[in-house]
Structure formats: C-alpha cells, structure tokens
Design a protein around this ligand. Structure first.
Ligand code: NAD
Length: 322
C-alpha cells in the first residue's frame, strides 16, 4: 500500500486531497497546525504539528524508520486578497519557514516524490485580452504581491533540491480554487466563497459590497478538478511548474451574477475600495492538458455545489447568534 503524507491536511484543498488519496487506497498521514474545521479528517493518522519548525517536519516525515512514497506539501499561511495584502510579513515568514524546512528535510530523508502547491500569483499583472502566459513567462518575475514572491522562491528551492538530490519534485501553480469546506468568512476566504456568503446573507433584491469596480478577470477551478490535477501531475514525468486552472474566465460582476442566479435572488452591487489584486488572468494549461487533464466542473455547476454549503454555514451561524 502506498504511504503518503499530506501537509496542510486541515485546510481546504488538503482536506479534499486526503479524501481522494484514501479513495485510491493509499495509507494517508495528514499534518496541520490545526484540525480540519468542517469535517473530521479522512486521514488514517492526523498529526498536529507546526511545520515552521524543522524538528516537526522530521516528525511529520518519519514513519517506521523509513519514509513516505509521496509527500504533498500544501501547508501555507494564506487567504484571499484581503489577507494577502494585510499579512505580508506573516505570509513571507511562516510559509517560507514551512517550505524551507519541509523541502530540505524531505530531500535529506530520501523522499522519492515531493509535490509543492504554488500559485498563479507568481505571474505579473495582465491586461484583458492579452495572450495566454506559459509557465516560463513567470520569469522575468514581477508578482503583484509578496505571497507570489514566496511561492516563486519556494518553487526554485524545490527545483534546486531536485537537481541536487534526485528527489522527484512536482510543482502545480493553482488558479483560484473553490468548493465546499473551504474558508467562507473571517478574512481568509477567497472571492467565490465571499460572494456566496454575501449573497446568502442578502435579501432578495438586496445589496452586496464588492471590492473594486467588478471588472477584474479571473478563472475559478472547482476543488475536485484541482485534486485530480494534483494526483495526475504527481505521478507524471512533468518537471518544472505546471499551471492548473479552468479556462473559463469571468469578471467579478459575472461571478456575482452566477451566484445570484444559483441562489435565486436579485442582487445589486455596491462597489467599494478594497484590495482587488491583478486586473486580468489568462494562462496556458497546455502542460496539464498533455496529461489528459480537463476541468469537468464549470463555474455555474461548481457554484451549484458550493453555494448550498455556504448558505447552510450562514444559517447555522445566524441560528447560533439568536
Ligand atoms: P488553507 O488555508 O485552507 O490550507 C492551508 C493549511 O496549511 C491550513 O489548514 C493551515 O492551518 C495549514 N498551515 C498553516 N501554517 C501551518 C504550519 N505552520 N504548520 C502546519 N500547517 C500549517 O488553503 P488552501 O486553499 O487549501 O491552499 C492549499 C495550498 O494551495 C496552499 O499552499 C496555497 O497557497 C495553495 N493555493 C491555493 C489556492 C486557492 O485558491 N485555494 C490558489 C493557489 C494556491
């Protein structure tokens, strides 16, 4: 039986990845600094460890005097644009320490295969209508935020360890990912979850606030497609960073319209100042497509799967407050 380690298993994508790996028959150890907030972990074993400390990375990686067949490194101090802009120092300090120690210790302990979760935040800002950017066009680098710089450094470190030690490294650059059991309030939520929450809280015909003018372009990848891409990439021969994202690009206004339609509400938008992030995105998925990956869940269907879960969280919170 394949033994795998998932770091960040108490988080959104890590939690879904654990379920997927279990469904494939793997023995899974999950590690996180906190338990999963929304459901008990599906992992065979779950360790609470702070991976900023090298000795904890060693504990996470040690198993019966041997090592894991596959290590998936998704632990990070991260959140949506609001968090990324307000917590630059925490992100650079905490995520960097996690990646420096995890990557070094994994290579030292002879891990054969190591996955690193990077982000399309490594790319520069784009203008609407610009041609697709390929992975190598992240260099020369000019990420919009410090989160992107940290990811870029950690990618390069993982590739350097691959060259030096032969540890097989696979790197995915995720586009925005959404689905049930992710952060939906408190400041770390990303745009799809935040919009679902605001729409769930609003009356029919009511108003919601949106940062910026609603024209920023993004694509959103449903979490089951993302974990499928992660697993395919991990078992492939693709070296270097690989974009994973749904090619359905929409404005924030279109995202709101989709959520409102799924919710069955008429929603009006009040545009307010806030950290919008880049204006546009458009990436090549040719590398991940070459493995046979294709997104199966497009935005409206993904929101149909996500909105009821967030609406239920909103209702449960309201009931508690009464
Ligand atoms: P998440 O915040 O839900 O999960 C990250 C997990 O890491 C959290 O459970 C957190 O507790 C854990 N963690 C943080 N500090 C830790 C520490 N010191 N020790 C151990 N665990 C620690 O985020 P997610 O959305 O599941 O993202 C997973 C990975 O994918 C991250 O590396 C993130 O940067 C990357 N990513 C996510 C998206 C997205 O849209 N969700 C997009 C691009 C990249």
């Amino acid at each position: 039986m394949k033994r795998v380690l998932v770091c960040g298993a108490g988080g959104f994508i890590g939690g879904h990845l654990v379920k997927k790996l279990k469904s494939e028959g793997c023995w899974v150890r999950g590690v996180d600094i906190k338990p999963h907030e929304f459901s008990p972990s599906a992992a065979d074993e779950f360790l609470l460890l702070d991976l900023r400390r090298e000795e904890n990375c060693r504990k996470a990686l040690s198993i019966d005097g041997g090592t894991f067949d596959e290590v998936y490194q998704l632990a990070a101090d991260m959140g949506g644009m609001g968090y990324i802009h307000s917590a630059e120092c925490e992100i650079m300090h905490n995520s960097m320490l996690i990646n420096v120690h995890m990557c070094h210790t994994a290579a030292e302990m002879g891990v054969p295969r190591y996955f690193f979760s990077s982000s399309v935040c490594v790319y520069r800002d784009m203008k609407p209508g610009e041609p697709e950017m390929t992975e190598e066009q992240a260099i020369p680098a000019n990420p919009d935020n410090e989160y992107g710089w940290e990811k870029l450094y950690s990618e390069r470190m993982a590739m350097a360890y691959e060259r030096r030690t032969g540890m097989q490294v696979r790197i995915a650059r995720f586009q925005n990912c959404y689905g049930p059991e992710g952060a939906w309030c408190g400041g770390r939520e990303k745009a799809p979850a935040a919009i679902c929450r605001k729409v769930a809280e609003a009356e029919d015909g009511g108003w919601i606030e949106v940062w910026g003018d609603g024209t920023a372009v993004r694509s959103y990848t449903y979490v089951s497609d993302m974990v499928e891409g992660i697993c395919l990439l991990m078992r492939s021969d693709l070296h270097g960073p690989v974009n994973i994202g749904c090619p359905e690009y929409v404005t924030v206004n279109e995202l709101v319209a989709t959520v409102a339609e799924v919710a069955g509400k008429r929603i009006r938008i009040r545009y307010v100042d806030g950290p919008v992030g880049v204006q546009s995105r458009n990436f090549s998925n040719a590398r991940i497509y070459s493995l046979g990956w294709k997104p199966k869940v497009f935005l409206k269907d993904g929101i149909r799967l996500t909105y009821p879960w967030i609406e239920a969280q909103v209702k449960a919170r309201l009931a508690l407050a009464r």
